[in-house]
Ligand binder design. Structure first.
Ligand code: UDP
Length: 343
């Protein structure tokens, strides 16, 4: 009898050899939407996740889907032999594995750095062995606290290499360098997406990010927390737009040797975002100001000219529509909380 392994989690006999995607971080916020979109396209997905910051319900919604398998694994550790043995069948490798919210990635900075550097290298080696295309999800954080606005890909950034965000920012910068080195040496076909702030269903209510915090606080009637004076800006992209951008980048017939910004250029201050949430939810909860986190970027807005030109991609979902869908999703999640806690 064959030994049971984690790879037996999903239904048997459903993997289609011609399109096998490895999605590292597939149980996370963006990763779970990507897995769903790949399955909807009729492809197979092997999801790797250490479940450090993912929501178990994201995974439960995927398990049992034809073509889906889950393997609990931390990519900072050597990849399991089960996975490397599958290399000849793997066609695409997506790296979305890393805690992405500042309070969470700062909780274990060494692990954050290792996930980005060592973990990315493990997946790149797999891509080399599999002759699979590899996509790294990098981040707008590579621009640090930018002096150039909006940020285009040729801007080299203003990152503090010693501050509390460095484990993530510098980790992603090193991961990009590794990916491009593999690409230059012809060891793997690589794609690098720089993801700007993204929101939508499947975010963790406890993630600590501004969209999830403000919506959950409003729905619970808790104080609304604004860090600093609220004049710092961000540009928020709805998750379905982000996933469409990632898929377009992976499949685009380009040489891939330049990073591509993905995000929504619709920039606003945190105070303006707060106004949208207040209008949408009708909350009368008070606003409280908390200290601005160290190295919190003042402004952030993607220049997406490259994505438009190379991928013919641009976000479609306006903030009002995306926030409404996100709010409805959080409302359902929070309503289910007491029942879940009582189990
Ligand atoms: N922020 C805020 N209130 C919160 C959480 C975050 O005002 O409850 C601010 C945060 O300081 C930052 C912006 O909102 O200026 C976006 O924070 P987030 O953690 O969502 O993303 P990132 O800083 O990684 O862009």
């Amino acid at each position: 009898m064959r030994k049971q392994t984690n790879l037996d989690h999903g239904p048997r006999g459903t993997v289609q050899p011609l399109a096998l995607n490895v999605v590292a971080g597939g149980a996370g916020f963006i990763g779970s939407h990507l897995c769903r979109a790949l399955l909807d396209r009729g492809e197979s997905v092997l999801c790797l996740d250490n479940l450090q910051t993912s929501r178990p319900s994201n995974l439960r919604a995927l398990e049992g889907q034809p073509g889906f398998r889950f393997l609990r694994h931390d990519i900072s550790q050597p990849l399991p032999a089960d996975l490397t043995r599958m290399a000849p069948r793997i066609t695409r490798i997506w790296n979305l594995a890393c805690a992405a919210s500042p309070p969470l990635y700062q909780r274990d900075p060494e692990h954050t750095m290792m996930t980005n550097v060592v973990g990315t290298n493990h997946l790149l080696r797999l891509a080399e062995a599999a002759k699979a295309r590899f996509l790294l999800t990098s981040t707008s954080e590579v621009y640090g606290d930018p002096e150039i606005h909006p940020q285009a890909e040729d801007y080299r950034g203003n990152v503090s290499c010693t501050g509390p965000r460095a484990c993530y920012d510098e980790g992603k910068r090193a991961a990009e360098a590794l990916a491009f080195d593999y690409g230059r040496a012809g060891r793997a076909q690589v794609r690098v997406a720089r993801i700007f702030n993204t929101y939508g269903p499947n975010m963790d209510p406890g993630d600590g990010r501004v969209v999830s915090n403000l919506i959950c606080q409003a729905l619970r009637g808790d104080e609304l927390t604004v860090y600093g004076d609220g004049s710092q800006t961000r540009s928020f992209c709805y998750v379905s737009d982000m996933v469409a951008g990632l898929m377009a980048l992976m499949e685009a017939d380009i040489d891939g040797m330049e990073p591509v910004n993905l995000g929504n250029p619709d920039e606003m201050t945190v105070t303006e975002l707060l106004g949208h949430v207040v209008t949408l939810t009708g909350t009368r909860a008070p606003v409280v100001h908390r200290p601005l986190p160290v190295d919190d970027p003042r402004r952030r807005r993607p220049d997406i000219s490259r994505a438009r030109a190379l991928l013919n991609w641009a976000p479609r979902i306006p903030l009002a529509e995306g926030l409404e869908a996100t709010c409805a999703w959080f409302a359902a999640e929070l309503a289910a909380e007491p029942a879940a806690a009582g189990i």
